[in-house]
Design a binder for this molecule. Structure first.
Ligand code: NI
Length: 172
């Protein structure tokens, strides 16, 4: 697959609601391979297909540290079936919002059901960074960015910064 490029905000393509994958077939796996490669290259720990312009419910994640072997995780059609009551605060970033970070509150733990790389159903219990990453990536599937959890003032500041950075890139 040709290398994929990551869409940066603000962009209407990031607001599109992703569709469920009917069958995890060769084309889906090719998409996942391309996404993983793109995510590693960025580098990032999570990517949703909509961020590369494919509005399908497909997510790649790898939260392994640099000194650990890669541990790619593929989530197709993920569905959260349990949220913990405990809420955690975590400083989030996003490949579609380069160099922007903000503290976001979310449930600490989740259980997520999904299909894996081979289309097999899986159930995954996650907390900490993995839970955070899955929740963040799943937001993308409904067109939600982490800045959408902030006040409109803070969100506006970040999006204006990104628009300005992009204009400067276009001029340069
Ligand atoms: Ni993101």
């Amino acid at each position: 697959m040709a290398s994929l490029s990551i869409i940066t905000a603000p962009d209407p393509r990031l607001k599109v609601k992703s569709e469920l994958v009917e069958t995890v077939d060769g084309a889906t796996r090719e998409l996942m391979d391309g996404m993983l490669e793109t995510m590693y290259r960025a580098p990032g720990i999570g990517l949703s297909a909509v961020q590369v312009g494919v509005p399908k419910c497909v997510i790649t994640i790898d939260i392994s540290r640099d000194d650990e072997p890669n541990q790619p995780l593929y989530l197709v059609n993920p569905r959260i079936v349990r949220f913990s009551e405990e809420i955690a605060l975590y400083n989030e970033g996003c490949l579609s919002l380069p160099e922007q970070f903000a503290d976001i509150e979310r449930p600490e733990g989740i259980t997520v059901e999904h299909l894996d790389y081979h289309g097999e159903p899986q159930s995954l219990e996650a907390d900490g960074l993995l839970s955070r990453c899955i929740q963040h990536e799943m937001d993308h599937l409904t067109g939600v960015l982490f800045v959408d959890h902030l006040s409109s003032v803070k969100r506006g500041m970040i999006l204006r910064k990104l628009s300005k950075a992009r204009r400067q890139e276009e001029i340069a």
